[in-house]
Design a binder for this molecule. Sequence first.
Ligand SMILES: C[S@@+](CC[C@H](N)C(=O)[O-])C[C@H]1O[C@@H](n2cnc3c(N)ncnc32)[C@H](O)[C@@H]1O
Length: 488
Amino acid sequence: MPSPFLTPGTRAQPDNIALLHLRRDQSIPTILRTQDDECQGYKEGKVTTTRFGVFPHSTMLDQPWGSQIAASKVDTGSRGRRPANPAKRKADELDESGTTTGVDDDTPVQKAVAAASGFLHMMYPTPEAWTLSLPHRTQVVYSPDYSYILHRLRVRAGGTIIEAGAGSGSFTHASVRAVFNGYPEEQQKKRKLGKVCSYEFHEQRAGRIREEISQHGLDGLVEVTHRDVCKDGFLLGDSETGSSPNATAVFLDLPAPWLALKHLVRKPASGGPSPLDPSSTVYICTFSPCLEQVEKTVRVMRQLSWLNIEMVEVQDHRIDVKRERVGLETEGIRGATVFPTTVEEAADKLWAEEERAKILRSGSNKNLSPEETAALKEAEIAITESMKPKTSTPMYDLGRLVHRSEPELKSHTSYLVFAILPRDWTEEDEQKCREQWPPSKLDALQDKGKSKKQLKRESKSQRMAESIAKKTAEKAAEADAEADAETS
Ligand SMILES: C[S@@+](CC[C@H](N)C(=O)[O-])C[C@H]1O[C@@H](n2cnc3c(N)ncnc32)[C@H](O)[C@@H]1O
């Protein structure tokens, strides 16, 4: 099944995960199915109940992603449900009457009837949206951090990344999108598929993330291993005899990342294969909330020959920029502060309101004299006038431009330590390289891309340099000869 995280298509298909978007900061993840997988027993099949109504999945399947879905009338009481355990019900009914009637699991679900109000939007999942709606089992890495980390780790389509610990799978989903360049079942020759090798030592969490990976159509792209990486390292399969992931990028979100670094070397002490790609530079990032952790990590990185070690903290501030409108003419505009902007404006309004109050206090305005009616009208006009814009400047351009940072943007600040491990370079590699690229081949290659004019200019300057050198040598020889003649 193609993953809706990577290739969602245009319409929601059965068994796809969808995010039911209720508000800007609230989405409910659900697996779309006509039939109820939890045996809730609704006649409409599988339903999702929200604060904005009940939504049978039959109303969402095969709809374009992003559709607005209306709530349905669903009897959520016991009368509206099929028995929770059809097998038991069948047995009970057989006992009583010797026959089975009514709904069973093969019965088509009842067509949903739209409710008077309530709706949501059905969105396909993205790693960013998943991060905000996933069931939290641990602290998670949020999108401001992981977008920066994946960029600095140079994670790209077709690459392999090691991640430990998997935790709630927030970083896992972002990294699988970054390495994705095709599904294993459609693998073509010569193309290396992107892969995430994820490690988690908490058994239940490892099991849960495996389930999610499978439900999200990411099998074969993410390999989850239940392992203590500090003790047993990063090989796939067996921790001693397993195969190397050949990773070019490593992300460690662990309480003690420095303890895992001994396994991330070119030649492990165990004598087994290295989990790193021998033909490439490896980029690492560790994610730690305390400076003490950073210090220990950096110390061990230095001992293990990691280079370009650098610590970064991502401080994300979304800034809300808007125009602050003050003035009586802004009455009725959302967010505006309705105060007079000048003394005249305040006096006008006061006068008009006093006039109107005076007339209203003097009795019912049904029996007003013609003069009083005229005065009331005048006061009404004055109030309306005082509220009209006094300038020809459009409303959007009035007011002071102000900005506030958005306090609710989620991010979990930690210190990010980045480093690089250069590829292993032996004497043999050097020799092989020299044989493949002798200096003559390099010179020819250098000349290859040059224009005729450039080649001419270069040979002219070379000739000039040679003639200068020749003349200098001749002069020196003459001077030597003169000196010899003088001495003799
Ligand atoms: C903060 S969570 C990781 C959150 C994850 N990066 C995410 O974005 O959802 C840290 C995880 O590391 C796991 N862990 C801690 N020490 C470990 C070890 N030595 N080997 C493997 N996993 C470990 C913990 O069980 C925990 O689930």
